[in-house]
Design a protein around this ligand. Structure first.
Ligand code: BDR
Ligand code: CA
Length: 317
């Protein structure tokens, strides 16, 4: 059983990652740190709470994460991809007891201290909140067992600029800090996540066997996401589940990903390369070992991904 703290900018693929985590019996979700990114921080936290409510898991704390990147600049949000509220066509209702579980950042340290060397962090949004946790309390963060980050694109086109992936581009200072300082770090970049697809046929199948409120949200949000992706990448067969791929990675499912070990830098200076993830992939350059070495996913077995994704999302319990 993995004890996971999910750092998310709760848009559509974050929501699918959260649904996967909530439905997977091998995951004990200890908290969600909700930050800005796909949408603003408050919507991101509210969306996480809404999904927990649909799952009947309101006891999972939602921790308020960052509202802007470390540069201090205004963040850019992505309503055209994730909808005005971050969940496509859905506007989560605001019941009277909303925010009852919302808690502040110090709760993160309490959970880690109570579970020393047992917490896996999966960061599927900007790296701002995670880097701030390291700045605020490095001694507590040393008690984290391992960290998985969805971000970057290595010798691969970006998605937000020609060269940069959205999570790293959104806060390249934080991404660079985490890439160079978080121990036991695995990066799940666009190289593999853009192949972790859910096609409309599979969405329809999931919907046809769905009988829980949590599952019934999958089709409306993924239909919206599919239409957005058809604008972005015309002809793409489905929607890329960037964030679910990172949660899956944390389960170390045999054969799902192929990895290499490299030191990683993220370009954080203003200019055309901002947000670019850099590692030395020249032929003949050996993998690294020891401190500062990051495990990077370079390939995905789509069959293993597909079976695990479908088996988990159609669970009705
Ligand atoms: C990543 O950026 C965010 O918009 C998505 O939720 C995902 O985490 C993909 O580049
Ligand atoms: Ca995300």
């Amino acid at each position: 059983m993995k004890k996971i703290i999910l750092f998310a900018d709760t848009g559509i693929d974050d929501a699918i990652a959260l649904i996967y985590a909530l439905k997977n019996p091998e995951i004990e979700l200890k908290a969600i740190v909700a930050g800005y990114g796909n949408t603003d921080r408050n919507r991101s936290a509210r969306n996480a709470e809404y999904l927990l409510e649909l799952a009947g898991q309101e006891s999972v704390p939602v921790i308020n994460g960052s509202t802007r990147p470390l540069s201090g600049e205004e963040p850019e949000f992505f309503p055209e991809i994730h909808g005005e509220e971050g969940l496509g066509p859905i506007s989560p209702p605001i019941p009277a007891n909303r925010f009852r579980n919302r808690t502040n950042f110090s709760q993160l340290f309490r959970i880690i201290k109570d579970n020393p060397n047992e917490i896996t962090i999966v960061n599927v949004g900007r790296c701002t909140s995670l880097s701030m946790a390291w700045f605020l309390s490095p001694s507590v963060m040393e008690l984290v067992k391992e960290t998985y980050v969805m971000g970057g694109a290595f010798i691969e086109p970006g998605n937000v600029t020609e060269v940069a992936e959205a999570n790293f581009y959104g806060d390249p200072i934080a991404a660079n800090f985490i890439a160079q300082n978080a121990p036991n770090l695995t990066i799940i970049p666009l190289n593999v996540t853009r192949r972790a697809l859910i096609t409309p046929t599979v969405v329809d199948f999931i919907d046809s066997v769905s009988n829980t409120p949590l599952q019934q949200i999958i089709k409306p949000i993924l239909d919206f996401y599919y239409d957005a992706y058809q604008e972005l990448e015309p002809g793409i067969a489905g929607t890329p589940q960037h964030d679910m791929a990172a949660v899956m990675a944390s389960l170390e499912i045999p054969g799902l990903f192929t990895y290499t070990n490299k030191q990683v830098k993220v370009e954080y200076k203003e200019g055309y390369a901002e947000g670019l993830s850099i590692a030395d992939f020249r032929p003949g350059v050996p993998e690294c070992t020891g401190a500062g070495c990051v495990r990077i996913a370079t390939d995905i077995n789509e069959s293993i991904y597909f079976v695990d994704m479908l088996r988990t999302l159609i669970r009705n319990d």
